[in-house]
Write a protein that binds this ligand. Structure first.
Ligand code: PGA
Length: 256
């Protein structure tokens, strides 16, 4: 548990499988988790749509199911999108929203992120909102400006209660899939700043409760260094979440 003031935050590890794993591979992965205990860590697997049914049918309820996107309408002519009620049927409890790959390659904007966040919450699905700067933005000293703007726009219109319950993932874009993670101290500083942004818009209570993960080349070898930082509540993990051994090691490393 992480503590700021008198508030406790449960550690949270989310695997983001991106466009990896067939249904057969997913079944095999889940089977290898059979006797594994997640301890005091909240664990989520965010998988491709085809694999959601496999998780629903095969996961024990220690691990929660997440999607990698969610549309802001419950149905309609939106080719290629997925509705919150379709996700509910599959026991999806979390949705990654605004991942940098969607922002950079699929036209996701701060406005669409905000719409998806609102609908997700209304339908009982907890958003994992991704924010983070590009390398050129970091190098020109704009990290704070970028994450402040993305955070404020993503949560615009939400109540204190709604913000307290969501998850934010700080993912510097230059660290994603590159093997080049942020230093734990730098990540902690940016996450502390995001908490301050939330405190200024809401209050300290909300800022103390919201869970903020770090993401970007997190591996079994560096998870403990990130978790040792007071502001970092867990990790959103891509590559290293694809191997059951590494995934288990990440969960053990996040356990306190
Ligand atoms: P990575 O991806 O762990 O492979 O860097 C993180 C992410 O994209 O969420």
């Amino acid at each position: 548990m992480k503590k700021t003031g008198d508030k406790m935050r449960k550690p949270i590890i989310a695997g983001n499988w991106k466009m990896y794993k067939t249904m057969a591979e997913t079944k095999k992965f889940v089977k290898s988790l059979d006797d594994f205990s997640t301890g005091n860590v909240e664990v989520i697997l965010c998988v491709a749509y085809t694999n959601l049914i496999i998780l629903k049918e095969n996961l024990n309820n220690q691990i929660k199911i997440g999607s990698q996107n969610i549309h802001w309408e419950t149905n309609g002519a939106f080719t290629g999108e997925i509705s919150p009620i379709m996700l509910q049927e599959l026991n999806v409890q979390y949705a990654i929203i605004g991942h940098s790959e969607r922002r950079q390659m699929f036209g996701e904007t701060d406005l669409t992120v905000n719409k998806r966040v609102n609908t997700s919450i209304k339908n009982g699905i907890t958003p994992i909102i991704c924010v983070g700067e590009r390398l050129d933005e970091r190098e020109s000293g704009k990290t704070q400006e970028v994450v402040k703007s993305q955070t404020e726009k993503a949560i615009s219109g939400l109540s204190s209660q709604q913000v307290s319950n969501l998850v934010i993932a700080y993912e510097p874009i230059w660290a994603i899939g590159t093997g080049k993670s942020s230093s734990a101290e730098d990540a902690n500083e940016v996450i502390k700043f995001i908490r301050k942004v939330i405190e200024n818009q809401y209050d300290q209570n909300v800022a103390d409760l919201v869970r903020i993960q770090y993401g970007g080349s997190v591996k079994p070898e560096n998870i403990e260094t990130f978790m040792a930082q007071p502001e970092i509540d867990g990790a959103l993990v891509g590559g290293a979440s694809l191997s059951p051994e590494h995934f288990k090691a990440l969960i053990n490393g996040a356990s306190v």
